[in-house]
Write a protein that binds this ligand. Structure first.
Ligand code: NAD
Length: 304
């Protein structure tokens, strides 16, 4: 039987509708909208496309959106100064620096320069540390892992006690999603295995998974015989496997052989239209949460 498709686009629209209402409520209460700055250095086509989607969504929600585009030869000092200005700006509640940065700029130094309380991407080591501690400590969840968890929860996938296998150990997807789903609490409490390039017999781990999350960046890595019948498969991979002359767009594929895997899995995410839109929705959610916190603090400071 063909798997049920987990429609990330539809789920993300649901979340964006909730955030639109929350944005209107914040404007009414404080007279200010959530403020998001997107910073892009250079003209990498994939980054341009990611940033423009984020900007469009922020504007649709009614955010105060500031787009800062700088040429590829922008110096690290200039970029650090832009970030310092945004850190100090009370109308900015979220700062997003689109990665990757040109080689002459240290990503580590740039991420460290962002105020952790405006780090809506959730990549600052302070926020990754808070994530590890869990519970009340958490300020921002990184967007792709948060999107994965949210889509599992909203699709009714049971995580409590489930065997979850994550393929890939990056700081932005694999490691944080493994930590999040292994935490005690609702929408988590799973038994998580984190696999990577050093894993012996990757297929045998994947075959045990009730929930298989693949974030390796290798097109077609997971074949259908790696999937337990009825399992939930979350395909995070976005691989450019060609170019469509007619549409002028890249042809994208995930890390899972989607057509064949759909015959084995119980539920599966498509690429595109799965994790990608959820990532953007979580960025917007982090910005709204940050705005709510900052605006409440400003209001109580004004009164004090
Ligand atoms: P990364 O390159 O930083 O990390 C990839 C990880 O996969 C590494 O830890 C590596 O050990 C592991 N890996 C690679 N090949 C493997 C193999 N053959 N067997 C086992 N493990 C292997 O990647 P990333 O930034 O985490 O991104 C992963 C993929 O997810 C990419 O395709 C990226 O474009 C995509 N992505 C999508 C979104 C989204 O919103 N849809 C967000 C982030 C990343």
């Amino acid at each position: 039987m063909a798997a049920t498709i987990i429609d990330g686009l539809a789920l993300s629209r649901e979340i964006l509708d909730e955030l639109r209402a929350e944005t209107a409520q914040l404007k009414q209460q404080y007279g200010k909208a959530p403020g998001l700055v997107t910073i892009l250095v250079g003209d990498n086509p994939a980054s341009l496309s990611y940033v423009s989607r984020k900007v469009k969504t922020a504007l649709e929600l009614g955010f105060h959106e500031v787009q800062i585009n700088r040429p590829a030869d922008t110096s690290e000092e200039e970029l650090l100064q832009i970030i310092a200005d945004c850190n100090a700006d009370p109308d900015i509640h979220g700062i997003l620096v689109q990665l990757p940065l040109p080689r002459h700029i240290s990503e580590k130094r740039v991420l460290l320069a962002i105020d952790p309380d405006k780090d809506v991407d959730g990549f600052h080591p302070m926020n990754l540390g808070r994530l590890l501690v869990g519970g009340e400590s958490i300020t921002f969840l990184p967007c792709t892992p948060a999107g994965i968890q949210e889509m599992l929860v909203r699709s009714g996938v049971e995580l409590d006690g489930a065997d979850v296998v994550v393929v890939g150990r990056s700081n932005i997807v694999g490691k944080p999603v493994a930590v999040m789903l292994g935490q005690k609490g609702p929408g988590a409490n799973a038994t998580v295995t984190l696999t990577h390039t050093g894993t012996r017999d990757l297929a045998s781990h994947c075959r045990r998974a009730d929930v298989l999350i693949v974030a390796a960046g290798v097109a077609g890595l997971v074949s259908p015989d790696w999937i337990k019948p009825g399992a939930t498969v979350i395909d995070v991979g976005v691989n450019r496997i060609g170019f469509n002359e007619a549409t002028g767009k890249a042809i994208l594929s995930g890390d899972v052989d989607f057509a064949a895997a759909s015959q084995v899995a119980g539920r599966i995410t498509p690429v595109p239209g799965g994790v990608g839109p959820m990532t953007i929705a979580m960025l917007m959610r982090n910005t709204v949460r940050s705005a709510r916190k900052h605006l409440a603090e400003q209001a109580s400071g004004d009164r004090g």
